[in-house]
Write a protein that binds this ligand. Structure first.
Ligand code: 5GP
Length: 192
């Protein structure tokens, strides 16, 4: 099982991770996106089984109990987590798969899969991040403040990632991610 095919994308909420991932997959349709589980409610336009598996807190806790989660975390009052089985399926198939998860998740994935590539997307500025968070709707002022506070902590953790990419322009950022993924897959694991 080649864990170099496991790609983590982290970055503050609102920095454009999902949009960049969509662009990455438009540019290279061989790349898969893992679907996380969450207890938060869907935002306008989000669909169960596409953006997330939206589950109740009870269901999520049961999944943890059953050992189903490779990693999970609480973020702004909700649970988010990655299914172990889903990741194993991608890796067994030899499919390059991207996980859009927070920095705690990234740290845990690297623990289990040391050759996973950790990419951190940085917003051009905190002001721009705030504008994007407000712009996408579905979150109140308190929740925006909480996300900005978490963003500051996440940015401090970025130094532990393999590569930091500033998301000024979605396509440019997606192309940089693809270049990094391609270089990583070609390199010998010992070089990392
Ligand atoms: P949002 O509510 O904005 O979709 O996600 C909030 C945060 O949770 C984001 O930083 C997102 O990357 C992270 N996240 C999403 N899925 C997972 C997951 O499966 N595990 C972890 N650890 N974080 C996740």
């Amino acid at each position: 099982m080649d864990d170099r095919k496991l790609i983590v994308i982290s970055g503050p909420s609102g920095c454009g991770k999902d949009t960049v991932l969509r662009k990455i997959r438009e540019l290279d349709d061989s790349i898969a996106a893992n679907i996380s589980y969450t207890t938060r409610s869907p935002r306008p336009g989000e669909t169960d089984g596409v953006n997330y598996h939206f589950v109740s807190k009870e269901q999520f806790l049961e999944n943890i109990e059953n050992g189903m989660m490779l990693e999970y975390n609480q973020y702004a009052g909700n649970y988010y987590g990655t299914s172990r089985e889903s990741i194993n399926r991608f890796l067994e198939d030899g499919t390059t798969v991207v996980l859009v998860i927070d920095v705690n998740g990234g740290r845990n994935v690297k623990k289990y899969y040391p050759n996973a590539l950790l990419l951190f997307l940085m917003p051009p500025s905190i002001g721009e991040l705030r504008r994007r968070l407000i712009g996408r709707g579905g979150v109140d002022e308190e929740s925006i403040k909480a996300r900005l506070r978490i963003a500051e902590e996440e940015i401090l953790y970025a130094q532990n990632y393999d590569l930091v990419i500033v998301n000024r322009d979605v396509e440019e950022c997606a192309r940089e991610c693809l270049e990094a993924i391609s270089a990583w897959e070609k390199a010998e694991p010992d070089n990392k």
